[in-house]
Ligand binder design. Structure first.
Ligand code: MD3
Ligand code: FE
Length: 201
């Protein structure tokens, strides 16, 4: 259960990862992507998402014409690769919980990609925190309320920033309005990677 997040519902660890740690994680993500290629999911509304996605862990997050869900298998039928130790280490340090995550969702934002306002509600329980790790280009992250259309506030997330969402924030609407393509030297061809660590069950 969420322990450290009972007082504050979200915690920003700005600049948590230095350049060497970011580069090491990036190499581990490249290994994951070799075993679980990124796809540009089609929503149940048959809209192609602009963000490319894959996962690591016991479960991966899937969007397809059947809906949104966590699945133990990739579209190819294979299981997902393990969550790299370099990434698990961050969850263990900041999540405030002793259970490890089931899923590391990997989002890639190329030029012009965005993520509309949504709630994360495909998990079996909302009592666990979500840990987000940003790598590469800066992103304008918007956080709203538990209902759609409420007041929102925005923050630029930069490479190496880690955010922990729990408590009431866990069910708030949020999204990424845009990225500043080419603003970070981490990814040679530009773009942004966001990792979210979750308990799916
Ligand atoms: C607030 N990703 O994958 S990370 C997502 O930057 C997602 O790619 C965004 O929203 C991204 O679902 C935002 C920060 C984040 C992650 C999960 C949350 C904020 C959250 C869950 C509940 C509330
Ligand atoms: Fe989300």
């Amino acid at each position: 259960m969420v322990q450290r997040l009972t007082e504050r519902d979200f915690e920003f660890h700005l600049g948590y990862l230095g350049r060497a740690a970011q580069t090491a994680i990036l190499a581990d993500i490249r290994d994951v992507v070799k075993q679980a290629p990124m796809i540009q999911p089609m929503t149940p509304q048959r809209q192609k998402m602009s963000v490319r996605m894959t996962s690591a862990g016991r479960f991966g997050w899937i969007a397809d014409p059947d809906g949104y869900r966590y699945d133990q298998r990739q579209p190819s039928g294979k299981t997902w690769p393990d969550i790299p130790r370099s990434i698990l280490k961050i969850w263990r340090a900041v999540s405030g919980v002793t259970r490890d995550p089931d899923c590391c969702l990997i989002n890639f934002y190329g030029e012009g990609a965005r993520l509309g306002m949504h709630q994360d509600k495909d998990e079996g329980s909302f009592d666990w925190p979500v840990v987000s790790i940003s790598l590469g280009d800066e992103a304008l992250f918007r956080m709203g309320d538990v209902t759609r259309g409420g007041k929102t506030s925005s923050v630029w997330l930069k490479s190496g920033d880690v955010v922990v969402m729990g408590g009431a924030a866990r069910l708030k609407y949020h999204g990424v309005d845009r990225i500043k393509f080419g603003s970070s030297p981490l990814l040679k061809k530009g773009g942004r990677i966001n990792l979210t660590l979750r308990v799916a069950g």
